[in-house]
Design a protein around this ligand. Structure first.
Ligand SMILES: [Zn+2]
Ligand SMILES: [Zn+2]
Length: 196
């Protein structure tokens, strides 16, 4: 079988897994069932390998954003990343207690903005290497994308996704690798007063 044929086969399998997940959500199947399908899709999409270190030791699908932050993002494919046991432990180390949404992410020592940006960079690289369409396999609801804007600012990214100029995955990486808009503007103002 040629590489191109293998890619088509792999794509078909991923579409089938994703559609099963979509149907399960639509039909109101149990949380446990939907999560199992979500996890199965994420691991297959990532080639059954840790996205951070390539290990295949006890891989698990990890939520980049916890459901307490964005309830709907529980089954979104743009919110999943495959991690090995070791990298998964690292991902959960920082978290303590409930998040305060009025604080920037990372302020409570929980979700680390650099870590989020790093995961989305790795997913972008994997999508490129495996030739996977962002909108098919790394999908974000508008609710999720707008949550990013609420926390970080930079609303223009949201509108560029709506205009299909960039994908949700590209927005996710770009918005999280930046300091929040207010902080960015304050730094600019301090350093380039002539522009304000
Ligand atoms: Zn790993
Ligand atoms: Zn996890």
């Amino acid at each position: 079988m040629s590489v191109a044929d293998m890619r088509i086969k792999e794509n078909d399998l991923l579409i089938r897994l994703r559609d099963r997940l979509t149907r399960a959500i639509e039909h109101g199947r149990s949380d446990r069932w939907c999560l199992a399908l979500w996890s199965r899709f994420i691991r297959a999409r990532d080639g059954y390998q840790c996205i951070v270190c390539d290990s295949d030791d006890r891989i698990e699908a990890h939520h980049v954003f916890r459901r307490t932050l964005v309830p709907r993002a529980r089954y979104e494919t743009g919110n999943g990343i495959t991690l090995c046991r070791k990298c998964h432990k690292v991902a959960h180390e920082g978290f303590n207690g409930r998040p305060d949404l009025s604080l920037p992410i990372g302020a409570q020592g929980g979700d680390d903005q650099d870590e989020i940006a790093f995961y989305y960079l790795k997913l972008l690289e994997a999508a490129e290497a495996r030739d996977l369409a962002h909108d098919e396999f790394y999908a974000f609801s508008n609710e999720m994308l707008y949550f990013f804007v609420k926390v970080q600012g930079f609303e223009q990214f949201y509108w560029r996704v709506q205009e299909k100029e960039i994908t949700g995955l590209i927005m996710a990486y770009n918005i999280w690798r930046r300091a929040p808009e207010k902080m960015t503007m304050a730094v600019l103002r301090a350093n380039l007063p002539e522009f304000f």
